[in-house]
Design a protein around this ligand. Structure first.
Ligand SMILES: Nc1nc2c(c(=O)[nH]1)N[C@H]1C(S)=C(S)[C@@H](COP(=O)(O)O)O[C@H]1N2
Ligand SMILES: [Mo]
Length: 393
């Protein structure tokens, strides 16, 4: 048995396969478990990518405007920690508090603060990364996501602003640094410490939530139980899961997650990279598997989702002829700030053979998806129109 095969995985394999099948053979088939993710990852819903699970675009087809928790992508730097809410506390500390002390909040205490509920998208900065390579012929590093490293959920929790105020935040505080309780992250043998990323105070006190509920249920372990940050409209890494402490500072803070990662590096950028990434982009996805087979001469209902981190969706246009002509899709949800908007378009393909569906979202602030995204070496913020391959037979 490979030493990398955890006992839990082995138990799963044994439960799934007849005992006569050696686990080594069973594990040679496509991965149906990711080390460190606790929820079931049925292969028709998820693609496993290392320690992460990407939602299959076609698995969203018959879901509502919110992504169900059991279909929501998981991005873990290490693995999901199992935390008992009775042992959990949040420590707020640092020189940015009056008196410079530290203040603790238990789970019950946090839940007894006034709560807010809002819909927000969590989207990995690397969502769509693989298209730098497959569409633009460019090399990038990182998890080769297609468009399934995104989900929209209804989050409920306490305002970070209220917690900071109760902790005695000083008027001279400029930055906070939330940190997760998951295992430290190691790259090439170098321990970078626990996942953490600074947040400017202006954003921290604006709309950030310390969330304990997702779609009306307690957060699932993989999504940050008992408490995670939700930083609306910002890249996923800002929404620190399993938050254990928040350092409040009177000077700017930094971590590897805003210096060597989550900036744009490459020919178009300064050697130290762009400024740290904050806001996500405008995107659309088609709810079909890549290479879906569609029958010619029949009317198909093509469906998808659109979202923008800047403003509500204004329109979605779809091209079935490589971008020569575009047709307006019908929006199925009232476009609102924060969530995703489902869209649909009837299509009766006539010509058989390989083809592509292109969807392009424009938001009410006039942001639209470009034809190309300027290359960056770590493949962040791919916002260009994606050619979704289909075959007409
Ligand atoms: N503590 C901690 N928080 C984390 C991460 C992590 O690995 N550890 N991953 C981040 C990244 S890169 C993303 S995209 C989102 C993913 O959230 P999800 O797994 O709930 O979909 O969580 C962010 N918060
Ligand atoms: Mo991410």
């Amino acid at each position: 048995m490979s030493p990398a095969l955890h006992r839990r995985d082995l138990l799963r394999l044994l439960a799934a396969a007849p005992l006569s099948v050696p686990p080594v053979l069973a594990s040679a088939s496509p991965a149906t478990a990711a080390p460190g993710i606790l929820k079931p990852l049925p292969p028709e819903v998820f693609t496993i990518r290392g320690t992460n699970a990407e939602t299959r675009q076609e698995a969203l087809r018959d879901t509502g405007p919110l992504t169900p928790a059991d279909r929501f992508f998981v991005r873990n730097h290490t693995s999901t920690p199992v935390i008992d809410e009775r042992d959990w506390k949040l420590t707020v500390w640092g020189g940015g508090l009056r008196g410079g002390g530290s203040v603790e909040f238990g789970y019950g205490q946090l839940r007894s603060l006034p709560s807010v509920t809002r819909t927000a998208v969590v989207e990995c900065a690397g969502n769509g990364r693989s298209f730098f390579t497959t569409q633009q012929g460019e090399r990038v590093t990182g998890t080769p996501w297609t468009l399934g490293a995104v989900g929209a959920a209804r989050w409920r929790g306490a305002r970070l602003r209220d917690v900071l105020e109760r902790a005695g935040v000083s008027p001279s505080a400029v930055s906070v640094l939330p940190r997760g309780l998951d295992d430290p992250f190691t790259v090439d043998g170098v321990d970078l410490g626990r996942v953490r990323r600074p947040l400017p105070i202006a954003k921290a006190v604006d709309d950030v939530i310390l969330a304990y509920e997702m779609n009306g249920e307690p957060l699932p372990p993989d999504h940050g139980f008992p408490v995670r940050l939700i930083v609306p409209s910002w890249i996923g890494i800002a929404s620190v899961k399993w938050v254990g402490d928040i350092e409040v500072a009177e000077a700017p803070q930094s971590s590897p997650w805003d210096t060597r990662f989550y900036r744009l590096f490459g020919a178009g950028y300064p050697p130290e990279g762009s400024s740290p990434l904050s806001r996500q982009t405008v995107k659309s996805l088609v709810e079909l598997e890549s290479g879906a087979v569609l029958e010619a001469g029949r009317r198909h209902r093509i469906t998808g989702r659109a979202w923008s981190a800047h403003a509500p969706v204004d329109r979605v246009e779809v091209s079935t002829d490589s971008g020569t002509t575009w047709r307006a899709a019908r929006l199925c949800d009232p476009p609102a700030r924060g969530g995703q908007t489902r869209w649909t378009l009837p299509w009766r393909p006539e010509r058989t053979g390989p083809g592509a569906l292109l969807a392009r979202t424009t938001d009410r602030a006039g942001n639209t998806q470009p034809e190309r995204t300027v290359h960056n070496t770590q493949g962040y913020l791919f916002d260009a129109v994606v050619r979704h391959p289909v075959t007409v037979v």
